[in-house]
Design a protein around this ligand. Structure first.
Ligand code: ADP
Ligand code: ADP
Length: 229
């Protein structure tokens, strides 16, 4: 579920300056595709287009074969879990932030038992210290802790599609490794688009796309790309 296809996608913020120049690739359902490349190549723009922050000028983006312009933004976004580079949390408790998106006037604070079990299990696997922060104001958390909150929120939402936009690039090496392990668990069997700045962080991806100046410069598995370079 959640197969993604970009077909000849063109996009510019400013008509005089094309950012994406005919991008085509697919993320088969349940697979992981990573987009790497230098800063300014258009990697984050790709993920924002999938989330429909902006509309493309030509080409198509489909999810499960359906053009994303024909589905409501609400239903599109409910199918996508986004873990960004800098997680912005609500100025509230960690618990509130984790639940965000699952609470409404009708369901209040009530979760399905299965969800509670899932999130409890996940928090248990986090490095110690995280539990004691629950209840503190979100903004006091470290970068790594904020990322865990974002990941926990994504797990609770259980979306078929995941976008990891440089989700570990703002972290120190040790924290990056811990978060990477958590992300590997979350992305297993989910359609995942990973945006990364280094090839070394996306070894397990089913396909890696190297984006340069808004064009696909190379593509292949990690091993194949290493051989070419
Ligand atoms: P990457 O993620 O590969 O670093 P981005 O997709 O963030 O690249 O940016 C690609 C290009 O688009 C850059 O030149 C950037 O300056 C420009 N850009 C990004 N966001 C905007 C925006 N909101 N308005 C105008 N230009 C933008
Ligand atoms: P929707 O349009 O589907 O209601 P939003 O655009 O409000 O979704 O938010 C999309 C996602 O971005 C949410 O699932 C949430 O994870 C995150 N988000 C949005 N606003 C904030 C915020 N102020 N603080 C933390 N996360 C936010």
């Amino acid at each position: 579920q959640g197969a993604i296809a970009f077909k000849d996608v063109h996009f510019s913020y400013d008509p005089a300056r094309p950012i994406l120049k005919g991008i085509s690739f697919e993320v088969p359902a349940g697979k992981t595709v990573a987009v790497v490349g230098p800063s300014g190549a258009g990697k984050s723009t790709l993920s924002r287009l999938l989330y429909r922050f902006y509309d493309i000028q030509s080409g198509t983006i489909t999810v499960d074969g359906q053009d994303i312009r024909t589905v409501t933004q609400k239903s599109l976004r409910s199918a996508i879990g986004m873990v960004p580079q800098d997680t912005v949390l609500f100025n509230d408790t960690v618990a509130y932030n984790i639940r965000y998106g699952r609470t409404s006037a009708s369901d209040g604070e009530v979760f399905a038992a299965a969800e509670v079990a899932q999130i409890a299990h996940f928090i248990e696997t986090l490095p110690e210290g995280f539990e004691t922060k629950v209840g503190e104001r979100g903004l006091k958390l470290s970068g790594g802790e904020k990322q865990r909150v974002a990941i926990a929120r994504t797990i609770l939402k259980a979306p078929p599609i995941l976008i990891l936009d440089e989700a570990t690039s703002a972290l120190d090496t040790t924290t990056e490794r811990e978060i990477q392990t958590a992300l590997d668990v979350v992305s297993k069997n989910r359609t995942t688009l990973v945006i990364a700045h280094r090839l070394s962080t996306v070894i397990g991806a089913d396909e890696i796309i190297v984006l340069k100046s808004g064009e696909i410069a190379e593509r292949g598995t990690h091993a194949a790309l290493l051989e070419q370079n």
